[in-house]
Design a protein around this ligand. Structure first.
Ligand SMILES: *Cc1c(COP(=O)(O)O)cnc(C)c1O
Length: 252
């Protein structure tokens, strides 16, 4: 058998071209028409986003999933929900998309950047521990294109120093660490559905939370600080409009 690379005249491993991205079929077409004709384009009155949240929680084994506008806002909402803000230091790896660090700055916290492990491309645990100070509140790890951060190492230093762990799993849908899905190993996990990610609805994001008692708080922050069962224009905490549309819910 020839060991020649295809570029040098050898047999190509792949004979068909890659499918066009994003892929879709009748399911997306039907879902989008279903939303159109239902006249419920808004998630607060629809079923598509809610159904998607339940499905993604089931798929990952998370207690809760909260759909959001994108994978930048997911991080901002998580930091807000976990009380990370002014004066708090947040440790993060130096290899990521810009949004990991800007989300920290957006909540007025102080990013502390450490290097990645050269083999996995994910946060170096020893360097993360060395960067901890009395002001450190959280460590954000980034699972790089499915390569998981060392979650055992990270959770060990986090519990030793009383820190929160947030997983930026923007491109790690379906990745697992010892059988447990990305996004359910830390205090909260963040995913993106922007066009270049493993799953896409054009834009979008989802938060997974380890803490079922945080569910009402996440829902409130995502929905302008509203509260369940109270007057629509009463806002009980700082939040924003981080809601996903029913179109995206149907596609996801
Ligand atoms: C894409 C990405 C984000 C941001 O997600 P958007 O949905 O584009 O806002 C955050 N973190 C990482 C690691 C990403 O790759």
């Amino acid at each position: 058998m020839s060991n020649l690379l295809a570029i040098n005249g050898g047999k190509p491993v792949r004979t068909k071209s890659y499918p066009a991205w994003p892929e879709y079929d009748e399911r997306e077409r039907e879902g989008l028409l279903r939303v159109l004709e239902s006249r419920n384009w808004w998630a607060n009155q629809g079923v598509e986003v809610k159904t998607y949240e339940e499905d993604y929680a089931k798929f990952t084994g998370a207690k809760n999933a909260f759909a959001v506008t994108n994978g930048t806002h997911t991080l901002e909402v998580i930091f807000t929900a976990l009380g990370i803000g002014e004066g708090d230091e947040v440790i993060l790896p130096d290899w990521s998309f810009l949004a990991t660090i800007t989300a920290i700055i957006a909540v007025n916290a102080i990013p502390k950047v450490v290097d990645v492990d050269p083999i996995t491309g994910t946060i170096d645990i020893a360097q993360a521990e060395a960067a901890i100070t009395s002001r450190t509140k959280a460590i954000v790890c980034v699972h790089v294109a499915g390569s998981m951060a060392d979650m055992d190492g990270l959770n060990a230093i986090a519990s030793k120093h009383g820190l929160l762990v947030i997983e930026d799993a923007a491109h790690a849908h379906g990745s697992r660490w010892n059988g447990i899905h990305a996004g359910v190993l830390g205090d909260a996990g963040s995913f993106s559905f922007q066009s270049s990610k493993l799953m896409t609805a054009g834009e979008g994001g989802v938060i997974l939370s380890k803490h079922s008692d945080h569910a009402a708080m996440y829902q409130s922050i995502i929905n302008c600080g509203r509260g369940e069962g109270i007057w629509y224009y009463r806002h009980i905490r700082f939040g924003g409009n981080y809601r996903m549309t029913e179109w995206q819910g149907a596609v996801l």
